[in-house]
Every structure is written in C-alpha cells, then in structure tokens.
Design a protein. Structure first.
Length: 313
C-alpha cells in the first residue's frame, strides 16, 4: 500500500512534535490522501493545529498533547531524551490507549504515525512514516536502535520518505531488519511548484527545531549577513532585543513569524538562498526548490551531523 493507492478510507494521522519538520512533511502526504476522497482526522497539539489550518481548514482535528521533550541547548540531544525516558514510556502507554479509543469511536481503517511509536492500534492497519531505519552511531546508540526496531516492527507497514536508492537520507533509510518497508519518495509541500529564476529575496533564514538551539543558527546567519541585500528571517518566536543590540543589521531584515505558513511559503519560493539547520524535512524541500542553501547541523544532533556530511560539500 502507498498513498496514491488509498481511496475512500477513514484515516487518522499524527506527527511527532519535535520541531515542525514532521508537520511539514505530513502536509503533502495529507494533501495526497485528501485528494483521493479519504476522510481524514489529524491528531495534534494546538501549536501543530495552527499550522495545519493554513492548509486544511475543513479537515477533522483531535487534540493530542505533545511529548515531554525538553532540550537544554547544550548539544546533548541524546542525553536530553534519555533522561526523559521513564516519563516518555508512560506517555507511550497512555497514547496507545487513546488511539484505541479513537479507533473504537470513529472506526478508522488506517492509522499513519509520523515518528510516534505508540500511535498505532491492533484494530486498524497502522503505518509508521519515517526516513530513518538506522540510527547514526554514538556512545549508546545501541539502546536507541533496539527500541527503534522493536516499535517499528509493531506496525503493519513502514513508509520511507526517500527514494529506493536512499538519495536523500543515505544509510539512515537503509536496513535489512525490516520486511514491511515501502519507499514513497520525498515529501515536501513544494513538490508541485513552478520554478521561477526571477527571485526577489537574496537570503532567507529558517529558524526551526527546539527553541534553545535557535540562537546558534541566528548568530551564524547574522554574522554572514550583508548590508544592502533583501534578507528575511522565518521564525516561530520574536527575536529578542539582545540580538538587535548585538547585530544592527537586524533592523533591515524582514522578520516573518511562522504562524502563517502560507505567507512564509511565498517567502521561501521567492528566495535565492536558504539558511537552515540540516534537518531532513529541509533537505526534502530543497530537493524540489532547486535553490542554493547554507546548512549547518544542530549541535549534538547526530542525525543532522550525518546528513550535513552527506549533502554539504
């Protein structure tokens, strides 16, 4: 089963709340499923819903609280998650119970989980959406890989948002440990845009990922920003007065709050270059946008460090 083959089904879908990259890649998937006359429910937080409503004002929504990820911004991503593991396990149990209640209430045919391990049910066909079958190696990655494998094998099918030759995710989207894998290609809301060589914005920074890491990317971008150019910043949060004092060039920058994604999409399409962290959703967008990029890896994020080495020459 692939998205293009699914018609007239009752579908429940949800994505991880680790930044907005997971929401971004669900948008084109939901669009495909919606065009096939499926009846779709999106389970999400209020923050995620505010984004989805830009694209799907008439789809059904169910409230689903965020996972308890708290990042300190010190470059210890894996440790930040590890110390939340007991709390996370309790959350997984509660979430699976909630999904089963929804299946009973709404009679879903299909459940799609973007990187939420417990978002599945034995009473409905359950699909796990990811680009990552293999976790990059680090000091205790064995523990994470075993847990990852265990949960993925609970799903009826795994959809990989990459090509079969693993062009975008490299070794991350390869594994011989699973027999229920389908490669569905990259997912980007820019997949059908008309490429225009006449662009009016010289450079755009996209601040994404956990908030404590925004300052690293913002400093990197502003140190390289040039006077007398069209510069935009897309950010989910207002930029502090401290940055305006340290970087006077901010006074000539157009700051776009990303609560209006439709407006921000227009900025991205009109940009000659994108600066961002090397998250996988960004790489999928850039594959379709065909524009220059200046990417850095989030400090301590092993997956992004791997993707940066793979794509940035």
């Amino acid at each position: 089963m692939i998205p293009e083959e699914i018609f007239n089904k009752r579908i429940l879908i949800s994505s991880l709340n680790w930044g907005m990259g997971h929401v971004a890649r669900c948008i084109p998937l939901i669009r495909k499923l919606n065009n096939n006359e499926n009846n779709i429910w999106i389970a999400c937080s209020e923050n995620q819903k505010s984004v989805y409503l830009n694209y799907f004002p008439n789809i059904n929504y169910l409230n689903l609280n965020d996972f308890p990820f708290k990042f300190k911004g010190k470059g210890y991503f894996a440790l930040d998650i590890f110390f939340k593991f007991p709390h996370l396990c309790l959350k997984l149990i509660k979430e699976k119970k909630q999904v089963n209640e929804w299946v009973k209430e709404f009679d879903f045919d299909l459940i799609i989980s973007d990187q939420r391990y417990s978002f599945r049910s034995n009473k409905a066909y359950s699909v796990f959406l990811t680009h990552q079958l293999t976790i990059p190696k680090f000091s205790f990655s064995f523990f994470f890989q075993k847990s990852h494998d265990y949960h993925l094998n609970k799903f009826n099918q795994i959809w990989i948002c990459d090509f079969e030759n693993s062009l975008l995710a490299g070794d991350l989207s390869k594994s011989e440990n699973f027999s229920n894998v389908k490669y569905i290609g990259p997912l980007s809301r820019f997949d059908n845009i008309c490429l225009d060589s006449k662009k009016g914005i010289d450079s755009t920074l996209i601040l994404s990922g956990p908030k404590p890491y925004h300052k690293f990317l913002l400093e990197y971008f502003l140190k390289k920003a040039r006077q007398n150019t069209q510069i935009h910043i897309i950010t989910p949060f207002s930029i502090s007065e401290e940055f305006y004092n340290r970087f006077p060039i901010l006074n000539q920058v157009h700051v776009n709050l990303s609560n209006n994604w439709s407006q921000c999409d227009a900025v991205i399409r009109d940009s000659k270059m994108i600066t961002s962290y090397s998250g996988y959703s960004t790489l999928m967008d850039l594959y379709y946008l065909k524009i220059k990029s200046d990417l850095i890896a989030t400090p301590g994020q092993k997956e992004q460090i791997y993707l940066h080495k793979l794509h940035v020459k």
